[in-house]
Design a protein around this ligand. Structure first.
Ligand code: C6P
Length: 408
């Protein structure tokens, strides 16, 4: 078995330099880096069998179709979906959530209904519901986030009263909290609600099993899972997908079209109008092969080790405050440094080759709730090493010197 450290070598970008310093890439929650098999899959597709899928009866099209459908089966196995038909290729998590809002919500929600979200959500799991609510008139309720970055579940049953759909993130992209999904889904189902999980921050870090989570929809992004941009996934229970109306109309999603009316193909095709992101889907399949080759359990263990190290090291820097302290947490660490604006911090860390994100992390309500509208955020992946955390901490000390920070 390869030492986890060796997988670093599969990521050419990790050899890059930035401002003449070795790149320390700690912005994995924004997007992950891509290993060689993913890059090679994209290259091979375009060099040797680029063709449209599900259309041509020629060799190239058949090969492209077979690879595209094989990628769907790989995704299904990766998240332990019962059938590949439940796997819909989208552009990203955002589009997957919009698909549920528009194709499920528009059909099944009415004025007077309630959608339950949480204060921890990324804007992707807030705005689509607000847009739809403006059209339909249902109410949106939010589960409260506590100071430690965990959800307040003390009144969950009451909050679920009258709820038709609950949407929540598996892992917070700001405070890293891993939410107790199966427990929440159980309560939501008892209340008669359908549950959508935003898995954008989960698929790179922990094994995902939609059957164990018992959710109804699960959304994630290829680019955050070592795959390319432009490809995402919505998994849905096939009976729900069958009952839903299409999201977009066009080629590929139809059974028959007359000038008067259209009947639709069964899922997943019903939700894949137009030419899909073929190369990207196939390369996502390669990313999944790569991750499962390492083993998601192994990745999760390593992640936990590196996260504890990062928390300990960050906590040792005077003036640094890490947001959230959930007992179950992943490897996104939003933090502030006393007296230094996060944007300045991020720009100065960049001069040391250290890439972190700064701002509201597309989760403004959470920032407001925690009283920290902007923060810096370091986020690791399995190809990061403890020495890179050390480099971040060294760079933080240097940045503090620039600002003349002296411990009070
Ligand atoms: N968060 C971050 O830096 P898209 O952009 O559709 O691939 O993913 C949206 C999304 C949805 N939910 C969560 C929990 C997310 O973290 C993200 C993306 C990135 O935190 C970019 S804003």
């Amino acid at each position: 078995m390869r030492d986890l450290r060796e997988y670093r070598r599969d990521f050419p970008i990790l050899q890059a330099t930035v401002h003449d310093k070795p790149l320390i890439y700690l912005d994995n929650a924004a997007t992950s880096q891509k290993p060689l098999p993913v890059l090679e899959t994209l290259d091979t597709y375009y060099r040797t069998y680029n063709a449209n899928v599900h259309r041509g009866l020629h060799a190239l099209s058949e090969r492209a179709t077979a690879a595209y459908e094989a990628a769907r089966r790989k995704v299904a196995a990766f998240i332990n979906a019962p059938q590949p038909q439940g796997v819909i290729f989208t552009r990203n998590t955002t589009e997957s959530i919009n698909l549920v809002a528009q194709a499920w919500g528009r059909k099944f929600l009415t004025a007077g209904d309630v959608v339950l979200l949480t204060e921890m959500e990324h804007h992707s799991n807030i705005v689509p519901w607000q847009l739809l609510s403006q059209q339909i008139g249902f109410q949106i309720r939010y589960l409260v986030v506590r100071e430690d970055g965990t959800l307040d579940l003390s009144n969950l049953d009451r909050m679920l009263d009258g709820v038709k759909l609950m949407g929540l993130t598996h892992i917070s992209n700001v405070v890293g909290t891993i939410n107790p999904i199966a427990q929440i889904v159980d309560a939501a189902h008892r209340a008669g609600a359908v549950v959508l999980i935003d898995g954008a921050q989960a698929t790179l870090h922990i094994p995902v099993d939609v059957q164990a989570l018992k959710c109804d929809f699960y959304a994630f992004s290829g680019h955050k899972t070592c795959g390319p941009t432009g490809i995402g996934v919505l998994w849905g229970r096939v009976d729900l997908l069958e009952a839903m109306d299409p999201f977009l109309g066009g080629g590929e999603m139809i059974e028959s079209v007359t000038l008067e009316k259209t009947t639709y193909a069964p899922p997943p095709n019903k939700f894949e109008a137009g030419t899909p992101a073929i190369a990207e889907a196939i390369a996502l399949g390669a990313a999944i092969d790569y991750l499962t080759g390492i083993g998601m359990e192994r990745i999760a263990e390593y992640d936990e080790m590196l996260s504890s190290y990062a928390l300990e090291r960050l906590g040792s820097v005077p003036g640094v405050r890490v947001l959230g302290s959930a007992p179950q947490r992943s490897s996104a660490f939003a933090f502030t440094v006393e007296g230094i604006h996060p944007h300045d911090l991020s720009s100065l860390l960049d001069t040391h080759g250290v890439a972190v994100r700064a701002g509201h992390h597309c989760a403004q309500p959470l920032g407001r709730r925690l009283g920290v509208p902007a923060s810096a955020r370091a986020s690791t992946a399995f190809y990061n090493i403890p020495e890179e955390i050390d480099a971040l901490v060294d760079a933080l000390h240097e940045v503090k010197k620039v600002f003349g920070y002296v411990r009070p």
